[in-house]
Structure formats: structure tokens, C-alpha cells
Design a protein around this ligand. Structure first.
Ligand SMILES: Nc1ncnc2c1ncn2[C@@H]1O[C@H](COP(=O)(O)OP(=O)(O)OP(=O)(O)O)[C@@H](O)[C@H]1O
Ligand SMILES: [Mg+2]
Length: 355
């Protein structure tokens, strides 16, 4: 029997639960001429919810993850490569007549994969304008392309003024809907809510929360019931208490419980065994992360892990606040109902190694 839980990649079909309102909202939104900015901490399900909405809407779309982009030239190449997945080269060959810098396009006859390259040293701004122009030219009022830019906050890191350049190109486009995704709340707010930013009020801001407990509980217990006919509901509760309904970690824990039961059916109390297994598997990484932290950060993480108050008088409020912001930016801490450790297994590791 295949493991009914999945974590780490975009989830769809039977692995996808709830998000009904979000999917409806995104679908409606891309039918308007407006753009959407979707923010949540890492692994809350941004890519999955957008993929679901796009699939149901049947719209043409391309996705580029800015975290994987190294330069403006690379960005242009990646957009083109995505674009070729929608259109066979033969159908759009004539559009390249308008390109000021013609790319070299090669197709692997076996895998069908397309690779795109440009002559070294070309003006990358012209390149980006031409590529973005191609997207607009192949779209119409009735058939608007959806362009998803994942980890959009990275725009600031790729090249100076890239945000300004991209914004001015987008200004003239009429038939493309943009969806910008980001997992760094403060940087995304800076890009879309600071009056001085080129992307100020570019799109509607939407924040994705954790999955609603009742739906997620149903999802988990239904799938666990094959192995745990009597106790699946209880185990689902234990999982959601432990992960505070975090989509990724809940699926990870459920998948591990399922796996252990499949391999060792005689184990009675699987829940602590699964947690122990995950914490041990990541022990080395956790240790590496830990030794890189300064004392204040260690102190804060210890207190968050054990649920102790931070206002003990040991550190100034301003110190705690700025450290929390930094830890949030680096992904250790998330702000959901309050500040909490992002990874419940790291929380466990911290409690165990510091007690
Ligand atoms: N609607 C959902 N139903 C069930 N599980 C989900 C759902 N959304 C997300 N998950 C779980 O969370 C994991 C991460 O989802 P996804 O990759 O879509 O999140 P993300 O916010 O795009 O993450 P990242 O910050 O890494 O880009 C999935 O692999 C899955 O285990
Ligand atoms: Mg994602």
C-alpha cells in the first residue's frame, strides 16, 4: 500500500485538502485584470494552492522561482524555457524576428527538454524586455497568460534596479496576470507596501494561514484509519497538537507514522517513535544550525521551545524584538498566532539537548 501522505513538493489531487475559499478567490482574481501577492511562511502551501487554482481555471501559466535565478540574463532564459513548455517553437518562431538579441535554442531530441542561451556579454536589459514582450504578444484579452513569480522577494538580490526595470516593463502589459509568492513577510511588505518601492500597491495582498484544524483532522484520520481503525482520530489530534496544524510538518509526521507501522506492525505506540525518528534523522543539521547562532538567539529559541515567557528582564524588549525579527527572516521562527518555532522537531531537539 502506498503511503497516503506527501510532503516536500507541490500537492494535488488526493494529497490536497481544504483551501476551498482560497482556491475560489484566486480563480476569481485571475479573471480580473489585477495582480495577486500571496504571502505565507515557508511550506504553508502557497505553490500548491496556486497550482490548484490554475489547474481548475484551465488558464495558460508559467512559473519562475526567483530563488533559482542568478542574473537578469538567467531570468530571461528561464522565462523563455518555461514559455516553450506552452508553445512548440514552430508556432512562435516568427515572434523572434522582433528580438534584438536572438537566443540560441536547442532541444534535446530524446527528453524533449529545451535549453536557451545567449551570446555572452549581451545587454541583459534588452534581453528581458524582448522576452517579456513575447509573453504580452502571445496573449490576448480573452487568453491572458498567468505568470507566477515564486520567492519574489529575491528580486532585490538578483541585480540592482531589476525591480524598477521589471515594473516599468509590466506597466505596458495588458494581457498578463501576475501572481507573486513570497515567504519573507517583512521583505514582501517592503516591496508592496512601501511608497518608494516600484511595486508599491502593484497587486492585492493575500495571506495564507495554516490549514483549518477540522478539515485537516478529517484528512489525516481518514487516511490513518487503514492502520489504526480504532485510534486514527486520536492520532490525528496528537499530530495536529504537536505541529499546530502546520501543513508540511503534519504531513511529514503522518507519513512517518504510517511508514513505521507498515514496516513494524507490532509497535503499539507509534507516535513517539515517529517523532524520535524524525528528530534523530535531522540531528546533525539541527546541531549545525545551533552552533551558528549567537547567545541571544539561542536564549530566545530555548524559551520559545519550552513555552517560557521572553519578558524576564534578562534582555531588553528592543533586543528581543529585533532578534525575533531576524530569526523570522532566517526562517527559524514564524509568526502565526504568536511567535513560535517554525519546525516542531527542531523545537523537540532544542528541548532535549538543553535539558
Ligand atoms: N492543501 C494542502 N493539503 C494538504 N497538504 C498540504 C496542502 N498545502 C500544503 N500541504 C503540505 O505542505 C507542503 C508544502 O506545500 P507547498 O510546497 O505548496 O508550500 P509552499 O508554501 O509553496 O512552500 P515553500 O515555502 O517551500 O515554497 C506540501 O508538500 C504538503 O505536504
Ligand atoms: Mg513554494
Amino acid at each position: 500500500m502506498e503511503n497516503p501522505f506527501k510532503f516536500g513538493t507541490v500537492v494535488d489531487e488526493e494529497y490536497f485538502t481544504d483551501r476551498v475559499n482560497e482556491v475560489t478567490y484566486i480563480r476569481q482574481f485571475i479573471n480580473s485584470p489585477n495582480h495577486l501577492v500571496l504571502i505565507s511562511p515557508r511550506r504553508f502551501g502557497k505553490s500548491s494552492v496556486v497550482a490548484k487554482a490554475l489547474k481548475l481555471s484551465g488558464r495558460r501559466s508559467i512559473t519562475v522561482n526567483l530563488q533559482q535565478v542568478t542574473s537578469v540574463q538567467d531570468l530571461s532564459a528561464k522565462i523563455l524555457r518555461e514559455f516553450f513548455k506552452l508553445y512548440p517553437l514552430e508556432r512562435i518562431r516568427h515572434f523572434f524576428e522582433h528580438f534584438r538579441i536572438v537566443p540560441t535554442i536547442t532541444s534535446n531530441p530524446v527528453s524533449g527538454a529545451i535549453s536557451v542561451s545567449f551570446v555572452p556579454g549581451v545587454d541583459s536589459n534588452t534581453l528581458l524586455e524582448d522576452v517579456m514582450g513575447l509573453l504580452e504578444k502571445t496573449s490576448t484579452e480573452k487568453d491572458r497568460l498567468v505568470f507566477v513569480l515564486d520567492e519574489f522577494q529575491e528580486i532585490k538580490e538578483i541585480a540592482p534596479k531589476l525591480d524598477k526595470q521589471l515594473r516599468s516593463i509590466m506597466q505596458d502589459q495588458k494581457h498578463i496576470n501576475y501572481i507573486m509568492l513570497g515567504s519573507q513577510e517583512s521583505m514582501m511588505s517592503e516591496i508592496f507596501e512601501n511608497k518608494k518601492s516600484p511595486f508599491y500597491h502593484f497587486g492585492e495582498m493575500m495571506r495564507l494561514g495554516k490549514l483549518p484544524r477540522a478539515d485537516f483532522h478529517k484528512y489525516l484520520s481518514e487516511r490513518l484509519s487503514g492502520f489504526f481503525p480504532e485510534t486514527s482520530g486520536q492520532i490525528a489530534d496528537l499530530i495536529l497538537d504537536y505541529t499546530s496544524c502546520h501543513p508540511y510538518y503534519s504531513q511529514q509526521l503522518a507519513a512517518t507514522i504510517w511508514q513505521i507501522k507498515a514496516l513494524q506492525p507490532d509497535i503499539q505506540d507509534v507516535f513517539p517513535v515517529a517523532i524520535n525518528y524524525i528528530v534523530r534523522t535531522h540531528g546533525l543539521d539541527y546541531e549545525r544550525l545551533w552552533i551558528k547562532l549567537n547567545r541571544t538567539n539561542k536564549w530566545i529559541l530555548q524559551h520559545l521551545a519550552s513555552g517560557s515567557p521572553l519578558q524576564t528582564g534578562e534582555h531588553r524588549t528592543s533586543t528581543i524584538y529585533s532578534a525575533l525579527k531576524r530569526l523570522q527572516k532566517e526562517g527559524y521562527v514564524i509568526y502565526s498566532d504568536g511567535y513560535e518555532l517554525e519546525d516542531p522537531f527542531y523545537r523537540q531537539w532544542i528541548i532535549e539537548t538543553n535539558s
